[in-house]
Every structure is written in structure tokens, then in C-alpha cells.
Write a new protein. Structure first.
Length: 346
């Protein structure tokens, strides 16, 4: 397949000079999407080979990182965690040599149209058979779909979805759909020096309704499986589930024990002491209720379980693995209070 040059794609995606109606703009966008959609069904990777067979060390490292102690992943009859499906196909820093020119041509068209930024958005996996140590992994991938032009908080662009069929010893083991957004970044907000003067600023009556209300944190999803946890938070208690059959602690809350399978449990209250096991610093994309940059950590509690939360009390660039932290409860608005962890630079 021969793709149009990136400069032509840019002309097709961009608005022509002069006065243009919305209908003309929509028509240009539709024509460009038709061009992009012609790549659907084209190969993104052909006859790919996993760099390693399914093996116990990688399974062990994955389980340690995820805190997953399920006995199904150890021993002579071990299987790989199903969510490792994509891990066996990854090319590492050196990449794969099996990527198709069609996929590169598609990305070049989007680059030429100004969609030079990219962000991974989500993935979907379907599991057909378990993977076991020794299985040789092969895969093929196709360009599954390219969306019409979409406008997001990041900017305007197109969602590109690839579908990968993963095989073990030649037998289909699972399917992995991976979606990215290729977009042109949205214009940045004016700096303070560019803000309108007092005489230019709109009055309170002219301000948009949403700007008059402070942004609120997203509400947690509370269901029958985790309601007890949030009841504890309201009482300033961090409650950990404990299996009454085997005494295994578990967090986050689950309807059954992932060690022995028992559905019976009670709770223990965490002491609040912990250490930073791992962390990330969030810079982008911004969300109105948050003020980036800020640190989000996987905290290992003194009781041995881990949970994700914000780190307070120290600058984001002072957060380190092993940093001692202690539980506190942060009221973020009149309705919501959250458990967070305060660190100390000392």
C-alpha cells in the first residue's frame, strides 16, 4: 500500500485559508479519516517472535512487582499470570524487526497532519489458554481501527487500535488490543503576563458557571465488596481484610481469599506505619482537581500489604523508595476524605 505524503495529509487535515464553513471543515476531516481508515486491516507486525520463551524467572519478577502470591504461578505445574500476555511479545530497548511499513506510514500521516504527540489510552485482553514455562511465543498484529477526529483535554487527534494475536507453540493463546491517541497538543493556557487586565476581566456574572465552582476529586466507586473499607475511612480507620480460614491479609478488598479461596473474612486496623515501595510523579495530563506535579506511591504497610495513595509532607522530588511514611486522612472537600501518607525529609 502506498501512503500519501505527510505534507498532503497535513493539507487534508488542516483548514484551508480564508473563510471556511463548518461543513467544509467537517468534509476535510471526513476525507482525512477515510484515508486513515484505509489502513484498517493492514499488518502492524508479521510473524513476530517473543525474545524469550515463557519462563519462571520472568513470572516470579512479575508476581513480586504485582504483589500476587497466587500459588498457581509457582511449582511444577505453574502457569503464567494471564495479564502477562503482552509481556512475552515486547521487544525491549532494541525493539522488533517485524514491524510493518503500513503502521509506520499511518503514523507518518498523522505526524504530517500535526498529530505529533502520542499517549497510550487503554488495552483489552482475551485469554484462550494458559501459558506455561517453555512455551514458545509468536504473534501477528493488525491495525484494527482508526477513529474519526476526536477532541480531548490533551488535544485533537485520532485513536489508533492494533490487535495482536498471541500464539504459544503455534496455538492461539490470547488476543491483545492496544489503543493510542495520536494528537495535536491543545493550546496552552495564557501565562500570568498574558492574562487580561482588571478592566478586561469579565465580571462574576460573565464567568462560565464551572469556573465559579472549585473542581472536585473523582468520587470513589463504592460497592458491596469495598463498602466496609470506606466505612472505616469515615471513622479514620484504615481497615485490612483478613481471611478467617488461613489468616492471610489482603488489600485491596476482595470478595474472597486469593490464597485459599475462602469467602469468609474479618478486618484488622492498620497501624498507619509504612514505607514507599515504589512511586511515580504525575506531571501530565492535568486534571482540575489536582495540582501537578505530585507523587503517587505504592506504600508497603507495616502489616505487609501494599496500597496506592498520595504522598504528602515532602516535595514530589524528595520522595524515594524506602521513605518512611505514616497514615493521615486528608479532607479534599465537604463530602470526601481520603487516606494518604505523610513523609518526612528528615
Amino acid at each position: 500500500m502506498t501512503a500519501r505524503p505527510a505534507t498532503e495529509a497535513a493539507e487534508a487535515a488542516a483548514a484551508p485559508a480564508g473563510a471556511e464553513t463548518e461543513a467544509e471543515t467537517a468534509a476535510e476531516a471526513a476525507r482525512f479519516h477515510t484515508l486513515l481508515a484505509s489502513f484498517e486491516g493492514q499488518p502492524a507486525a508479521t510473524a513476530g517472535q517473543g525474545k524469550d520463551a515463557v519462563n519462571e524467572p520472568m513470572i516470579r519478577h512479575w508476581c513480586e512487582a504485582m504483589g500476587d502470591a497466587n500459588p498457581a504461578y509457582t511449582g511444577p505445574d505453574a502457569i503464567a499470570p494471564p495479564t502477562m500476555l503482552q509481556a512475552w511479545t515486547m521487544g525491549g530497548l532494541s525493539g522488533h524487526s517485524d514491524r510493518s511499513s503500513a503502521y509506520d506510514d499511518l503514523l507518518a500521516l498523522l505526524d504530517g497532519a500535526g498529530c505529533t504527540s502520542v499517549v497510550a489510552t487503554d488495552c483489552e485482553q482475551e485469554y484462550l489458554r494458559p501459558l506455561r514455562p517453555g512455551d514458545a511465543i509468536t504473534f501477528d498484529a493488525v491495525i484494527d481501527s482508526v477513529s474519526p477526529r476526536k477532541t480531548t483535554k490533551l488535544g485533537t487527534g485520532h485513536f489508533v487500535t492494533t490487535r495482536m494475536d498471541v500464539r504459544a507453540n503455534g496455538e492461539l493463546a490470547g488476543t491483545h488490543r492496544f489503543r493510542i491517541l495520536k494528537y495535536a497538543p491543545a493550546a496552552k493556557k495564557p501565562t500570568e503576563s498574558q492574562q487580561p487586565t482588571a478592566l478586561q476581566k469579565p465580571t462574576a456574572l460573565q464567568q462560565p458557571a464551572e469556573s465559579q465552582k472549585p473542581a472536585r476529586r473523582p468520587r470513589p466507586v463504592i460497592n458491596r465488596d469495598n463498602r466496609g473499607f470506606w466505612d472505616g475511612v469515615r471513622e479514620h480507620k484504615l481497615l485490612i481484610q483478613r481471611c478467617t480460614a488461613c489468616a492471610t491479609l489482603r488489600f485491596p478488598w476482595l470478595p474472597g481469599c486469593n490464597t485459599c479461596g475462602s469467602p469468609d473474612w474479618d478486618t484488622v486496623e492498620a497501624s498507619g506505619a509504612g514505607t514507599v515501595f515504589s512511586y511515580v510523579v504525575m506531571h501530565h495530563p492535568p486534571f482540575p482537581a489536582f495540582d501537578p506535579p505530585y507523587a503517587v506511591a505504592l506504600v508497603e504497610l507495616a502489616e505487609g500489604v501494599r496500597m496506592v495513595s498520595n504522598i504528602t509532607g515532602v516535595p514530589y522530588d524528595k520522595v524515594r523508595i524506602g521513605l518512611p511514611v505514616h497514615l493521615e486522612f486528608l479532607r479534599v472537600d465537604e463530602e470526601l476524605e481520603l487516606p494518604v501518607f505523610r513523609g518526612s525529609e528528615g
